[in-house]
Design a protein around this ligand. Sequence first.
Ligand code: WT7
Length: 633
Amino acid sequence: MKRDTTVLLDEKRIFKPDVETVERAHVKNWENEIEKGKNFEAYWEEKAEELEWFEKWDKVLDETNKPFYQWYVNGKINLTYNAVDRWIYTEKRNQVAILYINERGDEEKLTYYELYRQVNKMANGLKNLGVNKGDTVSMYLPMCPELLISMLACAKIGAVHSVVYSGLSVGAFVERMNDANAKILITADGTYRRGKIINLKKISDEALLQCPTIETVIVLKHTGSEINVSDLSGREIFYDRFLEGEPAECEPEWMDAEDPLFILYTSGSTGKPKGVLHTTGGYMVGVATTLKNIFDIQKDDLWWCTGDIGWITGHSYVIYGPLLLGTTTIVYEGAPDYPDPGAWWKIIEKHGVTKFYTAPTAIRHLMRFGNKYPNIYNLSSLRILGTVGEPINPEAWMWFYKNVGKEKTPIMDTWWQTETGMHLISPLPSAHLKPGSATKPFPGVDADVVDEDGNPVPLGKGGYLVIKKPWPAMFRTLYEDEERFQQVYWNQIPGVYKAGDMARKDEDGYFWIQGRSDDVLKIAGHRVGTAEVESAFVSHPAVAEAAVIGKSDPIKGQVIKAFLILKEGYQLKTKLIEELNKHVRYELGPVAVIGEMEQVEKLPKTRSGKIMRRLLRAKESGEDLGDTSTLEE
Ligand code: WT7
């Protein structure tokens, strides 16, 4: 965002943790831990030993076939066994694993033992359907316990899950389902959002008309809308019926550390979303280690990550990280400001949340209502706060620090990506913090800022953010697209992973992330590909050509600015604007927030016909157009 870059450049404040935070922490000295992590294979070996393996690995890391790295070679493990089963033989058996809360105030608690039984029933049901190790199961579900149960059931039997975010709509859904070749979909009647019910079944019915591989649809009655058995087609079955009579015991599948765990789609520079593939062993080690140390998870914690399970944040830090550590995780279905802007603070007080992890966009949104709401509630249970998804501007950081953390709780600004699976750049509670900086690479992670040829840039100067050594939770490929995997991430700058972000390092070695270096927007922390939005526009009969760029927005960070060439006879007037808004929303979902549309006669293109979004961005912000030698005319 524009206003931030200038503020960030002279952000000099430093915040030190209080004694109590440091004394309690698993890691009491940040710098020492970073030193320790430099012996990086030994570091990641020690961390892997905190999980229960059926068979130990022969080798921590195999680098023979770069960039197809392998971690914990020949190790055998099961995620669900580690996240659920092993706790039922301990004092955690009757501890709450999942605390589900929704915006209507409904609550549901599942203990580890109850979760264990539900997961096993689901696992057996899926097996009876013929789901085998390696098969893909798709989910389009609200934030509710059944989504976690379904994912854990897949992991238990070795099926690969592919979750489609419930805020994506028909077009985006079809694209993702077909790429993953799923045979089974688990969905629900609806989800609660700001006092309304979004009819997920209707969206999925429409999408499935274009998804030929789906053979079975399991339908959860969640909002209790009026769907009857007689409304279901031959391939549909209610979730409850599906589990009826299934035994509550199921042996975990022995998974190889490198067996696929899930596919999760994310946007890239082209119209086709990327199926990011994560495998089992390294992912488990990465998420458990980062959550444990960055948020200092202890026995008496109540953990709340507000991210949606439909994104990587939810996969890694609503479900897998917390359950692997045997803590209680809150699953919240609803908006931050409904029924009023105190909704989240009320939950923190009522349940005594100790660790709270959210997004800068949510903070900026809640900030608008002033400090009245956080002051109504007692937030003294909080010990550590965190943010993720985009750079946090120092004003939002300070507001969060003062009004929510009461100047006592450190803020963990965590930089990572769908591809990285785990936090890569983040402070630990014992770190000195600078508002707006994600500070330094996590111990055992090697990141840098370089130029196009891979040479480190001088301190203070901007460059490409790269990761120089493999890390356990790294994605292993793009689903059925090894070429794109190599081309987009590994072949651009020799020998390193190119993250797609610009960054700079300051004189203390702190990283300041500046935003994406590719044609990907960050709208309310969600990744939206410009090409995807353009193709949604062009699929409307009035639009001949479209070019999309990001426009800064004080709350969402960025929104869409679209330049449109309309077909003959069309004018961009109120009615068409409304229609286009609706159309793009139908194709992509509410994540694609359009800030502005502008009708144009021409778009700047290279001689080979590629749209030069860079020029549109420069023009929009009134900056110098730079090098225009490749421009068509
Ligand atoms: C992109 C990844 C990883 C969970 C949610 C987003 C941006 C993420 C930060 C941060 C500055 C951040 C980057 C990154 N980003 N966290 N703390 N500071 N930027 O996952 O959708 O894969 O997006 O989000 O641009 O590349 P994602």
